[in-house]
Unconditional design. Structure first.
Length: 102
């Protein structure tokens, strides 16, 4: 691979990572904000006993909660996968050094 192609590929990977990170942050921000806003709206503005379509409200709260939960799980599993790869790379280096020493 040409050096300029490698640099371009590295740039694309960096942009992809940053875009993915921003998307996750925005998704979490919107879901958390909408959940908080709807809870505050019901608490302070509309009396829950007089509200209509409570089923839709409950469904939206569950949906926002699931988005937040899935996002947190996604971050956790991503960190675990990266840690696993780092450990494997370090193990291979140690095994390689043992072969060189022996």
């Amino acid at each position: 691979m040409k050096e300029e192609d490698k640099e371009y590929l590295d740039l694309l990977n960096k942009v992809y990572f940053e875009s993915s990170t921003q998307f996750d942050k925005q998704l979490l921000f919107v879901a958390s904000g909408a959940l908080g806003l709807s809870l505050a709206f019901i608490k302070d503005i509309v009396v829950l006993s007089k509200a209509t379509n409570k089923e839709l409200l409950l469904l939206s709260w569950i949906s926002f909660g699931l988005v937040i939960l899935i996002n947190v799980i996604s971050h956790y599993t991503s960190l675990k996968a990266i840690n696993y790869k780092i450990e494997n790379i370090n193990k291979k280096r140690i095994d390689f050094l043992r072969v060189l020493i022996l």
